[in-house]
Design a protein around this ligand. Sequence first.
Ligand code: PLP
Length: 302
Amino acid sequence: MKDVHDPMIAAADDWRARDLAVLWHPCTQMREHPQALPLFPVARGEGAWLVGMDGRRVLDGISSWWTNLHGHAEPRIADAIARQAHTLEQVILAGFSHAPAVELAERLLALAPREAGRAPLARVFYADNGSSGVEVALKMAFHWFHNRGEHRRTRFIALTGSYHGETLGALAVGDIPLYRRVYAPLLLEALFAPSPDAFGARDAAAAEARAHAAADALAALLEAHPGEVCALILEPLLQCAGGMRMHHPAYLRRVRDLCDTHGVLLIADEIAVGFGRTGTLFACEQAPGGGIQPDLLCLSRA
Ligand SMILES: Cc1ncc(COP(=O)(O)O)c(C=O)c1O
């Protein structure tokens, strides 16, 4: 039973009221607050735990929307952020350079998925968050063909059940009705290939068969749009926001080969699966034959 006289509970209630008076929360039906889903005001984080203003401890089982890989308030990270803020907190990157930007790019490129016989990924472009990273990748793919004079390549292929973010370009290559339905009239028209989703597959062989069936459908889609597609975007191995739907790694190899055959760039969105979340540093590494290398790799959240 809630003790309304407990000062910590009263403080948490006060915060809930102040919050709802001034904030709209993301991906939220605000009508559900405060009754059906009372907000949980957080005082601080400790490793995998969140400590509420009312004193309750909650295990952060979704690592704060998959962003928190190393635990909350991790002292080494907090110290490094503080040191950097005392040295240089921000500078325009157009026309200027600084050590953290260059050193991080060098380290990312050294870690990026690599495939024998393919020139390694060679440049980093910093965006503001996951969705902006996807926007940049879509624009870069288009721009690459534009620079080559291939002006017919204006279309993108995405997978059913996919999620790539909330900005208009990212939303256009996503397929979750809850997020895109209202904005559909504003979105560029992507082509959707069936997801290789292995949900409910009896065993690995059944999952692999689904991967090949989906790849065959993708091949047919590419053949139906010759010279029109600039890039295909996918979440390697796991469609997260789409319901944690996993697929067999054979699909990645087939997609890489099909993109090469049709001269289409492959964008791997590893924003949710990168940095060890599927068991290898990047999910692309699990494709048969030693892994695949995308043409553009979107990273975030680590
Ligand atoms: C696969 C994938 N791509 C892109 C995004 C968008 O990232 P952000 O929320 O940082 O804009 C997400 C977010 O969950 C994601 O899961």
